[in-house]
Design a protein around this ligand. Structure first.
Ligand code: FAD
Length: 452
């Protein structure tokens, strides 16, 4: 997939320079590494507090996960530990367009997890208590009520878990718009600007070294998505992180068969603002086996057992690529981050075929509608499938926010607010202790509650 093939999708709606900056600021209060929804939202909240923040993105804003996702913004089916943050995130999404003066495609048309068996219905029903605790209005609906949401859908469903106030937004619009909002509040956003590493003085962060020169700072946020573990390893910090690939397709505009989002074992489908559908093969994902699979595998045992039906293990060239990748590098020469400006995995061709077959079966009215675009994205997941948000104990001033594990788009603005609070010392009201790094090493039981 090249930038030309995908026009607006890959380039997104980032209107800032795609060319490298001529220079970088000599200093900043905070430097954010990564221009996904987490980095951009954090920079926006910091800038609103008057913090002098510089965001460095090696490629372009939302070039990786944040521009490639399904666009679901959901509270339903989440890990209880994420609930306070997603509730706050929903509040931010609702007012986002008005606050920043830009459309991000946000609308609340509901999310449906449709179930074909009693077992699935029971599994979903078991999640209702958590939803009730946080008053998000999730409920089980029967096949008759489900039929009112899907016109002509032939899913043989018994019912669904449903949250009317869950929504969707357009990934290619949202993160660029948030990054522009950050700039309008005084942040500096640099694209084509990879961070190669960190300078340390007296045991703490003293600068980031970008490919265009150093920026003096005492506070760095590494929000580098799928690159975080590699970046941290070069600093001697172990971050358990594995990648799974999701394949996605976009259908041309058509008559509506569904206004919101629906997922079952065979399809993931959501209405797009352009009148088309974003499609996937249910929750199907591939995990390319790499040395990290063996390094961190034991910690992921529960996650794999839970998601076994939906994650395919693949052996391919990713193993050799990671094996031969450098573990450390000189800060004066080209780094791995400049060599891969945008992580752009090939979509899984078999999955694309199955998406077409399954959509035609479930929504025969869409059988003649063309699939006009396809892509893939590498999701970075932690062993318990909830994020890691913390300061590294071994390196004061170095903070990490990563591992949003397949559901970081919806929670992104809320996470950005919480992370900005952690960095600036202004309490956001969101407790981050469940997201600490030490949980993976101090004997805390690793217990994922919800899938990728
Ligand atoms: C196929 C797919 C479907 C998904 N569907 C959903 C969904 O429907 N709803 C939902 O909530 N979530 C979904 N997600 C998950 C969501 O997209 C992610 O959790 C979220 O986007 C993560 O944001 P991020 O900012 O942490 O990472 P990213 O968006 O990956 O951003 C990290 C950025 O850091 C940059 N970077 C890395 N290293 C460096 C460096 N050294 N210097 C400078 N820049 C660097 C990268 O270039 C990248 O742009 C999906 C993800 C995928 C791939």
């Amino acid at each position: 997939m090249s930038q030309t093939d995908h026009g607006n999708f890959v380039a997104g709606t980032w209107s800032g320079p795609l060319e490298p900056p001529n220079s970088v600021p000599s200093s900043a209060d905070v430097v954010v590494i990564g221009g996904g929804i987490i980095g951009a939202s954090t920079a926006w909240f910091l800038a609103k507090q008057g913090v002098d923040v510089v965001l460095c993105e090696k490629g372009h804003i939302a070039g990786e996960q944040s521009g490639r996702n399904w666009g679901w913004v959901r509270q339903q089916g989440r890990d209880t530990r994420e609930m306070p943050m997603i509730v706050e995130s929903m509040r931010i999404w609702r007012g986002l367009a008005a606050e920043i003066g830009e459309d991000v495609g946000y609308t609340e048309q509901g999310v449906l997890y449709a179930a074909a068996t009693d077992r699935q219905m029971n599994r979903y029903a078991a999640r209702i208590d958590t939803a009730d605790e946080f008053k998000v209005g999730t409920r089980m609906i029967d096949a008759n009520e489900l039929a009112q949401h899907v016109s002509g859908g032939k899913g043989d469903w018994k019912g669904a878990m449903y949250t009317a106030t869950d929504g969707r937004a357009e990934p290619h619009k949202a993160t660029p718009a948030i990054a522009r909002a950050a700039v309008s509040k005084g942040a500096t956003v640099l694209t084509s600007c990879a961070v190669r590493g960190i300078e340390i003085s007296a045991g703490q962060v003293s600068a980031v070294v970008t490919e265009h020169g150093p920026i003096r700072t005492s506070t760095v946020l590494c929000a580098a998505g799928a690159w975080t573990s590699m970046f941290c390893r070069s600093l001697g910090i172990s971050v358990p992180q594995l990648k799974v690939r999701g394949t996605v397709a976009r259908m041309a505009p058509s008559a509506s068969v569904l206004d919101g989002n629906l997922c079952d074992d065979r399809i993931g489908i959501r209405r797009r603002q352009d009148g088309g559908y974003t499609l996937a093969l249910g929750t199907n994902l591939d995990h390319p086996i790499t040395p990290s699979t063996f390094r961190f595998g034991l910690k992921y045992l529960r996650a794999f057992l839970m998601d076994m039906e939906s994650v395919q293990l693949l052996i391919g060239r990713d193993f050799a690529e990671e094996w031969s990748a450098p573990k450390t590098w000189s800060l004066d020469a080209e780094s791995p981050f400049e060599r891969t400006r945008v992580l752009d995995p090939e979509p899984n061709r078999k999955v694309l075929k199955s998406i077409r077959l399954n959509v035609d079966k479930v929504f025969p009215q869409l059988a003649d509608v063309e699939i006009v675009e396809s892509w893939a994205g590498m999701i970075d997941m932690t062993p318990d499938i909830i994020p890691l948000i913390d300061e590294a104990a071994s390196l004061p001033g170095f903070y990490i926010a990563t591992g949003f594990s397949g559901h970081g788009f919806g929670i992104g603005p809320g996470a950005g607010k919480a992370i900005a609070g952690m960095l600036s010392g202004n309490d956001s009201g969101i407790d981050l202790k469940e997201f600490r790094l030490s949980r993976f090493f101090d004997g805390t039981p690793i217990r994922p509650q919800a899938g990728v």
